[in-house]
Design a protein around this ligand. Structure first.
Ligand SMILES: Nc1ncnc2c1ncn2[C@@H]1O[C@H](COP(=O)(O)OP(=O)(O)OP(=O)(O)O)[C@@H](O)[C@H]1O
Ligand SMILES: [Mg+2]
Length: 251
């Protein structure tokens, strides 16, 4: 599904190198977790996957189903099934959440040569997905993310994900700011989307999320490189011991 090879990247306008040779493979159907200290480059990696222009890849490649995505525009990446749930979801004043969702979904369908959904069919899908995530339908009339609480924004991200049915879901700290019940709801939402054809890259600081979304692999990113890879037990070890030993061993 995803192969990141020796990826080096820097901030486009000032040149600071942030990723310094990331190697990471995520297989079809796999849930890979990325953990790592603040500032290690986790969000940067997710932005680069999504195609944000503020970062420049200087070396290496990102293959998605065997093809490089580096030259693809963000909307092409999305249409090909890549989805990023942001650590800090963007507010879109003036656009009702419902309208945003419909536009996003139909734009992707169009890019895939599928017919637009009829309004009743779209409404049926949104209501079902919002119900599963315990999102109040009234919220969908409000502009996307504007004035949403932290946890409501995260749920709105998962709602988008459920509707767009991406192939590769990158979730950047989707658990931060969620109350205990919401964490469970969001995890259930993710688990419901689990399939042999869909992969997840879950960025988190807390092992707790991984009790609910059990990962196949856990990777530690430190200073722009993956310094350790293991299974779910690695997350438990990190919770007990912190990062210092693993980072020292890798140095
Ligand atoms: N546009 C930018 N200009 C300057 N520095 C940047 C920029 N974007 C990222 N960085 C720096 O790159 C490093 C990695 O940032 P990033 O947001 O990827 O970390 P992170 O691993 O997601 O951290 P956290 O766990 O706190 O979310 C940080 O030191 C950050 O200050
Ligand atoms: Mg981050």
């Amino acid at each position: 599904m995803l192969e990141i090879k020796n990826l080096h990247a820097r901030v486009a306008d000032e040149g600071t190198e942030i990723l310094r040779g990331v190697d990471l493979t995520v297989n079809d159907g796999e849930i890979a977790a990325i953990m790592g200290p603040n500032g290690s480059g986790k969000s940067t990696l997710s932005y680069i996957l999504a195609g944000r222009e503020d970062y420049e890849v200087t070396e290496g490649d990102i293959l998605y189903n065997g093809e490089s995505i580096l030259e693809m525009e963000p909307d092409e990446r999305a249409a090909s099934g890549l989805f990023l749930a942001f650590q800090y979801p963007l507010e879109i004043p003036g656009v009702a959440t419902m309208t945003f969702l419909k536009t996003a979904l139909n734009a992707q369908r169009k890019a895939r040569d599928e017919d637009e959904l009829t309004t009743p069919e779209f409404m049926r899908r949104v209501k079902a997905a919002a119900g599963d995530l315990k999102i109040n339908p009234e919220m969908l009339k409000r502009p996307l993310n504007v004035g949403f609480s932290g946890g409501e924004k995260k749920r709105a991200e998962i709602l988008q994900m459920a509707l767009l049915e991406p192939k590769l879901c990158v979730m950047d700290e989707t658990d931060s700011g969620l109350d205990i019940d919401a964490l469970k709801i969001v995890a259930d939402g993710v688990n419901a989307l689990r399939s042999p054809e869909r992969s997840f890259l879950v960025i988190t600081h807390y092992q707790r999320l991984l009790d609910y979304i059990v990962p196949d692999t856990v990777h530690v990113l430190s200073n722009g490189r993956i310094v350790k890879t293991g299974d779910k037990d690695l997350a438990l070890q990190l919770e007990r011991e912190g990062y210092s030993q693993i980072i020292e061993e890798a140095a």
